[in-house]
Design a protein around this ligand. Structure first.
Ligand SMILES: C[C@@H](N)C(=O)N[C@H](C)C(=O)O
Ligand SMILES: [Zn+2]
Length: 241
């Protein structure tokens, strides 16, 4: 018998309904992520957030559009079952399929302890988002084909997996100290790009995780203590006023 799935509270929205101009490349619904397969609970490529977090991103987007840039989100609300999938994957040390791209220099046993993945994630509280900046007009992106050769996420931008974002010094979900937002080895245009993202988002109320240049939480969080588990799908938002 089909399981009755939990629904999102009323004040969760699809980001597209608040700002259709923000680009979306939802990685965990695809196999192009550190696990190497679609992650549990991601049923559609949809960015779901609490309304205040989505409205803050809309404000940031208006500022960036004036400068010729757009935000691009990689992950938004993340169900607890997806986090549980990450935890199961991390315990399976025989599975190192995606290491060469996403964590070449970090032992798989360290990914949680070093702060790159959380067992209780802010994403499940609905006001946390992983994102970058794209120079407009956005170049088309290329699809990932499972099994294709992997390149370290900290290789020069023209060698690593193609992404139409500005150069942040590493790719998304690059579990390495080079992804620490203010790592002193990141200088010049790459540092300026990280600071453009950081300053723009801080101005509208989002706070960065120092270990990851892409990870931001809107404060004050509407649900600071609740870890939701409704699936990422339009159905989770449907049937509400
Ligand atoms: C896995 C990565 N995208 C991320 O969001 N990491 C933080 C620490 C989290 O899991 O909350
Ligand atoms: Zn994140």
């Amino acid at each position: 018998q089909a399981r009755t799935e939990p629904k999102a509270p009323e004040d969760f929205v699809s980001l597209r309904s608040v700002d259709p101009t923000i680009l979306q490349e939802m990685r965990y619904v695809t196999p192009h992520n550190f696990v190497g397969e679609p992650v549990d609970g991601y049923r559609q490529p949809l960015c779901i957030l609490t309304r205040p977090a989505a409205e803050a991103l809309h404000k940031a987007q208006l500022r960036l559009l004036r400068q010729g840039y757009s935000l691009k989100v990689y992950d938004c609300y993340r169900p607890q079952r997806a986090v549980d999938h990450f935890v199961r994957w991390a315990k399976d040390l025989d599975d190192q399929e995606m290491k060469a791209e996403f964590y070449p220099n970090v032992d798989k046993t360290r990914l949680f302890a070093d702060g790159y993945i959380a067992e209780k994630s802010g994403h499940s509280r609905g006001s946390t988002v992983d994102l970058t900046i794209v120079r407009l007009p956005a170049e088309p992106t290329r699809p990932y084909h499972p099994g294709q050769p992997l390149v370290p996420c900290f290789a020069p931008q023209d060698e690593r997996f193609p992404d139409n974002s500005v150069d942040m010094g590493t790719g998304y979900d690059c579990f390495d100290t080079l992804s620490h937002t203010l790592d002193p080895r990141i200088q010049g245009a790459q540092r300026a790009n990280r600071l453009l993202l950081k300053n723009t988002l801080e101005d509208v109320g989002l706070v960065n995780l120092p270990e990851e240049w892409w990870h931001y939480t809107y404060k004050p969080e509407p649900y600071p203590d609740t870890y939701f588990d409704f699936p990422v799908s339009a159905k989770s938002l449907a049937g509400r006023h």
